[in-house]
Every structure is written in structure tokens, then in C-alpha cells.
Design a protein around this ligand. Structure first.
Ligand code: AQP
Length: 329
């Protein structure tokens, strides 16, 4: 079975709808017929300052959300990145292989560092290199992510190619698995910008009170005109709502457009608020259930880490050997 690997940051509060539709929804589908590895990337989280108590809580809440959204620990390997030390170890190897100029071209770093008020750490700069190590350790065929990660995937492939040509074939070249329709969910208040936790406003959070989400959806910025049609160029707000509506219900955008023929933006937004509430309420119930039994949750993560280490340690050993490190007996 082809291998997939992906990770998500233990975001404070909760995941947002962009994380779910752009990434986690694909994770759930792929676990059916792939050998899937999914991790909560806490090492990535400390690239910006974290409160220790909150980080620990956010990591568990993230794992609970993944389970509640449909990741099945019997089918997929679900783990916490810091439980598998090989990530940091291969991360160092990859750093030594990366050009400074090459790393400087990463647009996400440019965006994030420009937005950050606190001093920018080197970890934020080398973030995509650690991400490359995350992927290469598992010899993943596919990496299900949103559009914003495409450049990081290219870097990963470049580093794998470089290592392979310098030391001999070691890493598989992974491919981004990006579902076009939901590759980029937009901010509800600014529908030409990516929905993102660091730009609060038009972000729908999965664990907030659904009434609040429905209100955000009802007050989403729509476009001039009245017609409900899918036209990303000229009607980004309405198109974004149609994308979300379609993804949550499984109905095609065309059939939604037909149904809303002659109706107003208000109707669409009100209905989408209800659709979201209906979808998210049982998800929230399941998150609570997992968090009520932290011991069992931690057990799931420990079992996942063990399976992940089995694969990761083999790759790291082969890598060390190729580099010329003396391997410990
Ligand atoms: N708006 C989005 N549309 C589609 N996919 C998205 N992803 C994030 N935002 C969107 C995808 O979610 C996965 C996990 O992302 P992450 O853990 O790297 O979180 P992030 O990218 O840091 O999330 P944010 O909210 O976008 O954070 P900031 O504001 O820090 O940039 C990834 O697969 C990502 O593509």
C-alpha cells in the first residue's frame, strides 16, 4: 500500500475549517487504502513562543480533534512528533544539506516573520527543513496538504534528490496530494486571503461555540451583485461559501447554484451556518469524549509513536550509514 504522511500543528484553541477541508479530510479518506502516518507536530509549534502548560494541552486537544474528525488509530498511525526523536535527528542532517539562499526563498517564512511582533527565531526559518525530514523519514509516496504547503514539498523533493545523488539512493521523492477544490479555503472577512489562525477575524474554529461560527458565516463578506454563482475571480466571497457548503454536504457546487437560483446571499449564509452546526456538533461531542479520558488518549499516542519509530529508526540508520557516521553497536 502506498505510504502517506502528514502533520498538523497543535494550534491554540482548535483547528480551523481550512485545516480540516484542506488537509484532515483527505487524511481520513486516505487511511482507507494507504499506509498512513499522521502526526501532531509539536516540534514545529515551538518555532514561536509557547506556554508549556498550554502546549501540552493543545497537543492533546489536537490529537482528540484528529480522532473526532475520523482518524482511526487502528488504520492509521497517529503520533506526536516529539515522541519520535528521529525527526529532530534527520532534521539536522537536512539542515546541513540546505542552502541558505534556498531556505530564504520560502514564502511562508517571509509571511510569518513579517507578521510576527516578537523576535523571529532561527527555528521559524528552518521549519520547512524539519518538515522535509518529517516526510522523508517515512519514505512517503504522498503528502496530503493544502496549497500553501506546495513550496515546502518542492524543497523536500530537492533535498531528497540532493542526498540521493550525493550518497546513493536513500529517500523516496514524495508527491504533494492536493485536492484542488478545497486546496485553499479563504478567510470569511477577506475572501482573497487564506483562512489562517494568525489572522483572526474570518476564521471558523472547530471547537468554538457553533453559534459563534454560524454568526461569522452569516456576516461573511460577500460580493457586489446578487447572483449566487461560482466565480472565484469576481465573486471570491460567494465562491468560498459554495466550496465550503459543497465540501461539508457532499453536494456539487453546480447543484447548489441551481438550488439558490433566485435566492439571496442571506439565504445561502443562513443555511451554511446550519449545515456547519449540524456537522460540527457531533465532532465537538467526540472531542470531549476523548479528552475526558486522557489516559486512553495517551495510550493511543504511545502505540502510534512505537509504530512510527519502527519505520523512522530504520530510515535514520540507513541515512547515518550513508553519511559515514560510525554506527553504534
Ligand atoms: N486556509 C486553508 N485552506 C486549505 N488548507 C489549509 N491549511 C491551513 N490553512 C488552510 C492546511 O492545514 C494543514 C495544517 O496546517 P498547519 O498545521 O501547518 O497550520 P498552518 O498552516 O500553520 O495553519 P494556519 O492557520 O495557516 O497557520 P498560520 O496562520 O500560522 O499560517 C496544512 O496541510 C495546511 O496546508
Amino acid at each position: 500500500r502506498p505510504r502517506v504522511l502528514s502533520g498538523i500543528q497543535p494550534t491554540a484553541g482548535s483547528f480551523h475549517l481550512g485545516n480540516y477541508l484542506g488537509a484532515v479530510r483527505q487524511w481520513v479518506a486516505l487511511q482507507e487504502d494507504h499506509d498512513a502516518f499522521y502526526c501532531v507536530v509539536d516540534l514545529h509549534a515551538i518555532t514561536v513562543e509557547q506556554n508549556p502548560k498550554e502546549l501540552r494541552q493543545n497537543t492533546r486537544v489536537s490529537a482528540a480533534q484528529l480522532l473526532a474528525l475520523g482518524i482511526d488509530p487502528d488504520r492509521a498511525t497517529l503520533f506526536v512528533q516529539s515522541h519520535v526523536p528521529e525527526h529532530a535527528q534527520l532534521g539536522w542532517v537536512m539542515q546541513c544539506l540546505t542552502g541558505f539562499g534556498e531556505a530564504s526563498r520560502m514564502t511562508q517564512f517571509k509571511d510569518k516573520s513579517a507578521r510576527q511582533e516578537a523576535a523571529v527565531g532561527v527555528g521559524l526559518f528552518t521549519y520547512p527543513i524539519l518538515q522535509a525530514a518529517d516526510i522523508l523519514l517515512y519514505q512517503a509516496h504522498y503528502v496530503p496538504v493544502g496549497e500553501d504547503q506546495r513550496q515546502h514539498l518542492e524543497l523536500t523533493r530537492d533535498l531528497a534528490t540532493r542526498f540521493n545523488s550525493r550518497y546513493g539512493k536513500t529517500f523516496r521523492l514524495p508527491e504533494a496530494y492536493i485536492v484542488k477544490d478545497t486546496a485553499k479555503i479563504y478567510d470569511l472577512q477577506e475572501p482573497t486571503a487564506k483562512m489562517s489562525k494568525s489572522v483572526p477575524g474570518g476564521v471558523v474554529e472547530l471547537l468554538e461555540d457553533p453559534k459563534r461560527s454560524a454568526k461569522k458565516i452569516r456576516s461573511a463578506v460577500t460580493d457586489t451583485g446578487r447572483e449566487i454563482i461560482f466565480d472565484v475571480e469576481n465573486k471570491p466571497g460567494v465562491s468560498n461559501l459554495l466550496t465550503i457548503f459543497s465540501a461539508l454536504t457532499g453536494r456539487s457546487v453546480e447543484s447548489l447554484v441551481q438550488d439558490y437560483d433566485g435566492k439571496g446571499y442571506g439565504d445561502l449564509k443562513k443555511d451554511l451556518g446550519e449545515v456547519f452546526t449540524e456537522w460540527v456538533t457531533p465532532v465537538q461531542d467526540r472531542v470531549r469524549m476523548y479528552l475526558d479520558d486522557v489516559a486512553s488518549l495517551d495510550k493511543i499516542l504511545a502505540a502510534g509513536a512505537e509504530r512510527a519509530r519502527d519505520v523512522a529508526s530504520g530510515t535514520l540508520r540507513r541515512t547515518y550509514e550513508k553519511i559515514g557516521f560510525v554506527l553504534p553497536e
